[in-house]
Design a binder for this molecule. Structure first.
Ligand SMILES: Cc1cc2nc3c(=O)[nH]c(=O)nc-3n(C[C@H](O)[C@H](O)[C@H](O)COP(=O)(O)OP(=O)(O)OC[C@H]3O[C@@H](n4cnc5c(N)ncnc54)[C@H](O)[C@@H]3O)c2cc1C
Length: 375
């Protein structure tokens, strides 16, 4: 690292901050990456569903190919079931793609991003933010810098938590992802290859907070019985499920920052938007923020090199583009949640028929798949 002046100070080295630092470094910007030493937490049991656009960015950053093969599993098929027989199914074959999405080990992704940062020529790790024309705030949901800037970030709480864990199954997953809208809980099994190659799943089970507390504390055998009962007839295909990790829970809420940027600063990732994990899109959105901001900064540097990376007009363009994407995604996740969180009978019939109807409508289904798997 030379003594070149820093162009961008990235605050927060989660997946979004790390990816931004790498993307800017590749475009010739000088970056300081600040992250406090975090208190040790338990293992990260999350398995992310990543879209084609996220995978393309990670490939460009030389992170994707560094992931061990058993830390990234392609999804060939997705089966969604309602609580009264409604069903919706996507397949890679039907969508004419090699895979619908990839399921990626969260801890391994962080490790590969950190490795790539070690070799990034323009990135300097610092203990505290440094002066720079642009402060890119990627501090996650609890961002203190966002609070200091007086940005509003109103949380809409669902009263639900997402319980996550790793599972093994007695039958091969065959690349199938499952999701059950059971009203009020939503259960997702993401095909995975750790710890058992070909026979593991990442679990995300969203349920009322009180239930989540109970199931976190419940004996392993009781939890596994409840899970097996919840997947019902699909158990014949999936086999017997067993816990293969500790269980962790995350409280669920949605939020969007207002404003997203100002002269010399911008928010990215969960610091700017929180979405319901049933859509599996929080990190995809954050990596989308990285793609857009890096592109706009590079275009500006080429066209008008005298302009500052903290130029308010440029940052407003970034915010306009990305807040639209975040609002749309929030609409989908929140809409599904509102529809399926109420057990009332007439609504139950309608939403289940709706699912099955979408399954038969080619163009609507293709549009949905485009939003969910490619963006
Ligand atoms: C159960 C669950 C399942 C999920 N599944 C998916 C999925 O399938 N697909 C998907 O796309 N998304 C998914 N998500 C969402 C995804 O986890 C988040 O959107 C993503 O991790 C956000 O990344 P981030 O870098 O913005 O924030 P974070 O990961 O929270 O990182 C923020 C970083 O900033 C640091 N920091 C905090 N304060 C400061 C400070 N003052 N100064 C400097 N640094 C600071 C923190 O230490 C941390 O390193 C899931 C989430 C959950 C809870």
């Amino acid at each position: 690292m030379t003594n070149s002046p820093i162009d961008v100070c990235v605050q927060g080295a989660g997946a979004v901050g790390a990816a931004l630092a790498l993307a800017l470094s590749r475009r010739g910007f000088w970056v300081a990456l600040s992250n406090p030493v975090a208190a040790p937490t338990g293992p990260d049991v999350r398995a992310y569903a990543l879209s084609a656009a996220s995978v393309a960015l990670l490939t460009e950053l030389k992170v994707w190919d560094a992931l061990p093969l058993d830390a990234r599993t392609p999804v060939q098929e997705m089966r969604v079931a309602g609580d009264r027989g409604g069903a919706l199914q996507f397949s890679a074959w039907e969508q004419c793609v090699s895979q619908l999405a990839w399921i990626v080990d969260a801890a391994e992704l962080d490790r590969c991003l950190a490795d790539a940062l070690r070799y990034a020529p323009h990135v300097q790790r610092v203990d505290a933010p440094v002066d720079a024309p642009l402060q890119a705030i990627c501090e996650g949901k609890q961002s203190a810098s966002r609070e200091r800037l007086g940005v509003r970030y109103e949380r809409q709480r669902y009263g639900h938590s997402a319980v996550a864990a790793r599972l093994t199954a007695t039958q091969p997953h065959a690349g199938v992802a499952w999701q059950w809208f059971r009203s009020p809980d939503v259960l997702a099994l993401l095909p995975f290859d750790r710890p058992e190659p070909g026979c593991s799943y990442g679990l995300v089970w969203s349920m009322p907070e009180a239930d989540a507390k109970t199931w976190l504390a419940a004996p392993q055998a009781d939890f596994e019985d409840a899970l097996q009962a919840a997947i019902g007839e699909a158990g014949a295909r999936i086999g017997t499920l067993q816990l293969a990790s500790e269980r962790f829970a995350w409280p669920l809420f949605t939020a969007q920052a207002e404003p997203w940027c100002g002269e010399g600063w911008a928010l990215l990732g969960d610091a700017a938007h929180a979405v319901h994990p049933l859509a599996g899109q929080g990190l995809n959105l954050g990596l989308g923020d990285v793609i857009t901001l890096a592109r706009l900064l590079a275009e500006q540097r080429q066209a008008t090199p005298w302009r500052s990376p903290g130029d308010a007009r440029l940052l407003r363009r970034y915010a306009r583009e990305r807040s639209l994407a975040a609002t749309a995604m929030n609409g989908v996740g929140d809409g599904l949640w509102q529809l399926f969180s109420r057990p009332q009978a007439p609504l139950a019939e309608l939403r289940n028929r709706g699912l099955s109807l979408v399954n038969q409508l080619g163009p609507v289904k293709r549009w949905l798949a485009q939003q969910a798997f490619h963006a």
